[in-house]
Design a binder for this molecule. Sequence first.
Ligand code: WQD
Length: 339
Amino acid sequence: MRIVVTGGLGFIGSHTVVELYNQGFEVVIIDNLSNSSIDVLEGIEKITGEKPVFVQLDLRDKTSVAGFFKQYTDVAGVIHFAASKAVGESVENPLLYYENNIGALVYLLQELQQKDQSCFIFSSSCTVYGQAEKMPITESASVQPAMSPYGNTKRIGEEIIRDVAKVSGIKAVLLRYFNPIGAHATAEIGELPVGVPQNLVPFITQTAIGLRNELSVYGDDYPTADGTCVRDYIHVVDLAKAHVVAMKRLLENKNLEKVETFNVGTGTGSSVLEVIQAFEKVSGKPLPYKFVGRREGDIVEAYANTDRANAVLGWKAEATLEEALGSAWKWEQKIRNKS
Ligand code: WQD
């Protein structure tokens, strides 16, 4: 069974390609290398012993997308990661995000709706909930106008998929990620943030390795136990496995609706300070940090109710926060040749 993984050289995409091979699938990776490295292919091969077919292609190029599906006619399903994902950048440059995250999705779906049946897994985000009223967050929590164009592209993307599924052979699973962190246990693949990391964990590991002087904690006056924001940090390998479980569900016609939505998190919230403490325990190093003002657009708290993912999808996160942080630290040391 051949699965297409768009954005398959990216952070979550590459870990999902590994898990697809572990489950006996063949993979074709589509990536435009705008936020990933061709070297990731080597990492995947080292782990799996398999070298995926790689097609460098920009999904915003409608003709190229059509050409791809004329060439690859035996595609059983598509897992769609390829998208721009920097919240701050999306505020500065909204049209880049609407063109890349919505335009490319439309071109992809135009090809898939030509088929009698196609299985589609969409990379969505808990950001569609905005600041949810009630914790833990269930899939029936209201979807809010997002705090950023990035978040809007996920919300609108979900609606586009629902509309197309109604009138085509497309069936889909929308996976609403919480906060993906960590790296593969082999440290052959991991997160490769470009420039100064926006996300917490890569900034922590770069601080610990000496690339950054200290971590700025964005706000300690939130209405939480220790005053810092709470998130649901999920190991990227657990997240990757959820994609394979979701794809098999569709391929085996086990889906109960044409479009199903699942929160993919651990179900546990951790504050920024708790992440710092867990990292210091795992690395054995004190982490230099200081409190600064709140970051624009940050929500106070978000962690998943995982009942549906556990009971309906049949998937559950296994790694602890410390295991995830340990894998992130091992990866950081590896890429800085310090392990
Ligand atoms: C986590 C917490 C920060 C950096 C975003 C996107 C989401 C997904 C994951 C793409 C917050 C605090 C962070 C720092 C800090 N991205 N922080 N100092 O904002 O929850 O989610 O990334 O899919 O869609 O919205 O993740 O890691 O940026 O921040 O104090 O240097 O860490 O304030 O409370 P976030 P994050």
